[in-house]
Design a protein around this ligand. Structure first.
Ligand SMILES: [Ca+2]
Ligand SMILES: [Ca+2]
Length: 109
């Protein structure tokens, strides 16, 4: 099972930044993800949108967890993750991935 085809790219970016510093460079992440340059990251920019191959392959329960985290971190409810909301989003996504990885790990070997 490979549930996390979408996130590893983003999370690895954070991980790489973390090696240099305790705090990831969210400004740079923001720039890399914000393809329409409106200063905020939409769901589509982050995950490729509803119709994307990655989203179609993602199990519904995992997708729901992503959605819940996204909504929870969108504190001003504009439907977008701003620079201010981004650190919290990644923190929660990391926690989410850890939880799922542990579950998956128990099935292996
Ligand atoms: Ca954008
Ligand atoms: Ca927002």
């Amino acid at each position: 099972m490979n549930l996390f085809k979408v996130l590893p790219l983003l999370l690895s970016l954070v991980a790489v930044r973390c090696q240099d510093d305790d705090v990831p460079d969210f400004d740079e992440l923001m720039t890399e993800m914000d393809s329409d340059k409106d200063g905020k990251v939409s769901w589509d920019e982050m995950f490729g949108g509803e119709g994307s191959e990655e989203m179609n392959e993602l199990p519904a329960d995992i997708k729901k967890q992503y959605t819940d985290v996204y909504k929870e971190c969108d504190t001003d409810s504009d439907g977008l993750i701003s620079r201010e909301e981004l650190p919290k989003f990644f923190e929660k996504m990391n926690a989410l991935e850890d939880a799922v990885s542990e579950e998956e790990g128990s099935d292996e070997i």
